[in-house]
Design a protein around this ligand. Sequence first.
Ligand SMILES: [Zn+2]
Ligand SMILES: [Zn+2]
Length: 346
Amino acid sequence: MERPLRLPARDCVDQLYLSISYIRSRTSVVPFHPAFTHDSMFMKSTRLSLVLLFFVALGPVHSAHASRQGDSSFVVLLGTGMPRPDPKASGPATAIVVGKLVFLVDAGPGVERQLCAAGLPISGVTALFVTHLHSDHTLGYPDLIFTSWVMGRKTALQAYGPTGLQRMTDHLLAAYQEDIEIRTDDLEHETPFGYRVHVHEVDAGVVFDSAGVRVTAIPALHGAWKRSYAYRFDTPGRSFVVSGDTRPCEALLRASEGVDVLVHEVYPAVRLKPEPRPGGEDWPRYMHAYHTSDEELGALAARAQPKLLVLNHLVRMGGSDEELLTGIRKGGFTGKAFVGKDLDRY
Ligand SMILES: [Zn+2]
Ligand SMILES: [Zn+2]
């Protein structure tokens, strides 16, 4: 099956840095990103070998955007998983990287480890955008708050999301009060108040517009959740939509028309059936109200015509990549589509 590689770069130097970052993300857990890269002895002594490694690494994979000069924005799938723990698929989290800025959509379990694996900053992202408050999308939120502090964050984490995010944040800070006191007052000497979070509870519409990046919250349709968002990112070079959790949604479709990359949740329609557990007879009803099948996504994408469709937050129900892509085609989308894997970048 065709495997993706997405290495958009502003220029050759950036392309090299991003490519090295990509290579390291597959081979190492050492943080590496232009935002905190210094011209160290390590870089000087290993630059030649890394250049060679870069060209070797590009060999066998498709570089969908590698030739596109002028855009330095890309998306990294930090976690493509679902609530069931899977060592190969971390909890929902997606990074939009724009030059040195790193925007995060959701903070599922394992988010700080996945940021590290992707070579992105572990000491704080530019901003977090929470789609909704389901636990699988927010269990990594305390990790993001406290680990980034312990790793050096000194300023407030900027967190955007639906009503309820402030209350969740307040409770988390209260829950970790003893940790905060010991880390601040005893021998660790962490920066006082470095754990802070500036919460922005947002309505649908433009929620962030700075440094050439505009982020729009799109009202999603996620069952009984009153507030659940998808987010669209418009950067100087490219555009992205990340669905969060939603059943097929017209607002999301309109926001995705012609977008460069649509990252969307999915499950295989042909495998949906009642489950043998108490309440399991409602499982199909739940999935129809809260989530989007491959066939529904194929139909949505056929209308929206994203340049690239990436399947994410996969509730596989035992289905293979090929089955999911068959469902997408059955829905009518004939464009480029990939089944996302953790640490893929597009
Ligand atoms: Zn959800
Ligand atoms: Zn979810």
